[in-house]
Design a protein around this ligand. Sequence first.
Ligand SMILES: C[S@@+](CC[C@H](N)C(=O)[O-])C[C@H]1O[C@@H](n2cnc3c(N)ncnc32)[C@H](O)[C@@H]1O
Length: 224
Amino acid sequence: MTQTDRTREHLIETYRKKAKHYDITSRLYPAPGYPQRAQRLRAVQALGLRPGDTVVDMACGTGLNFPLLEKAIGPGGRIVGVDLTDAMLARAGDRIATNGWSNVSLVQADAAGFDFPAGVNAILSTYAMTQVPECAEVIAHGAKALSGGGRWVVLDLKVPGRMPGWLAQLGTAMVRPFAAIDEWIMRRPWEVIRAAMQEELADVSWTELCFGTAFLAAGSRAPV
Ligand SMILES: C[S@@+](CC[C@H](N)C(=O)[O-])C[C@H]1O[C@@H](n2cnc3c(N)ncnc32)[C@H](O)[C@@H]1O
């Protein structure tokens, strides 16, 4: 088994255990009071969605973004939620049924191997892409699938540039249950994501949020 396979197995195991209570426990992620909802709202706004648009929510988890996306695209639009973990998708399925949405489809797949539908208007990924070892390839595949002017938006956590050691240790201790954190810190995936977006997209913006503990990266496919 390669290191990448081990990381993936660890993730699936972790999220199978977390799925049932994820909607509640994630409110404490990465710390109680963290402005996660405001950050999600910002990420969805950065997609620039219009009624009728099709959007891929990559590593959608239990579908916490779906209500915001539904509001933006309306019943004539379409959401494709993709995730690696069956149990997280089962919760997303419950959310879809509870809300009676008929325009959301779910796909169980590894982001690294996902075949993006051609011509999508937007791709979103929240609090997940830094956990994907092949994040640069996923950004590139998604960028190629976007329609002209389509938007790719990634919201995720990062380690702040300047931070006292004790605070960094506290932060990583809090995030530890959610991911293979040591490997994550060493890999510095937010830098990989930033470089990939600059390589693959036009008009790339990079905004650090909440004292550099999160980032919002957005870019567009150049009109064809
Ligand atoms: C912290 S949760 C975030 C879920 C959701 N995006 C949100 O904002 O609540 C991370 C999610 O990423 C998924 N994930 C991790 N690695 C993945 C991969 N390689 N491909 C697809 N999904 C992945 C996990 O199964 C989990 O549901």
